[in-house]
Design a protein around this ligand. Structure first.
Ligand code: SF4
Length: 122
């Protein structure tokens, strides 16, 4: 079986957070899904609350890599690792967490691209 491609998840902090005000979400997500080597790209409005936990528990597959665009990587780890574990996954082994706050769309696109290349070259 061909190796599973990584998936990109973008958390947009409800859409109200000033940290993402210079980011064109739809340009980012369409560029990732259309031009980068991912299985697919999705948006979640707020991963760090209860429905985000429920989403992770339903969604995470062991062995698949996830690039998550959101806030501080250390905060992501703290907030998401238990839900990954409950889904049978492992945050530390499966996730590249990216802080995409306070970036232009182009900067965010480049950061996702670099993260995906680091997986290919790992
Ligand atoms: S995970 Fe981070 S980016 Fe997403 S809603 Fe929570 S604080 Fe905002």
């Amino acid at each position: 079986m061909a190796e599973q491609k990584p998936r990109f998840i973008m958390c947009i902090c409800t859409g109200q957070c000033p940290g993402f005000s210079s980011l064109d979400l739809w340009q980012l997500i369409n560029t990732v899904r259309g031009e980068m080597d991912v299985e697919y790209a999705i948006v979640h409005p707020q991963l760090c609350v209860d429905d985000g936990d429920r989403f992770f528990k339903d969604y995470i597959k062991p062995g698949v890599k996830y690039v998550i665009g959101a806030c501080d990587p250390k905060m992501q780890r703290k907030m998401f690792k238990d839900a990954f574990a409950e889904a049978g996954g492992n945050f530390d082994e499966q996730v590249i967490a990216l802080d995409l706050r306070n970036m232009t769309t182009e900067e965010a696109i480049n950061k996702v691209k670099e993260a995906l290349s680091s997986l290919v070259n790992a």
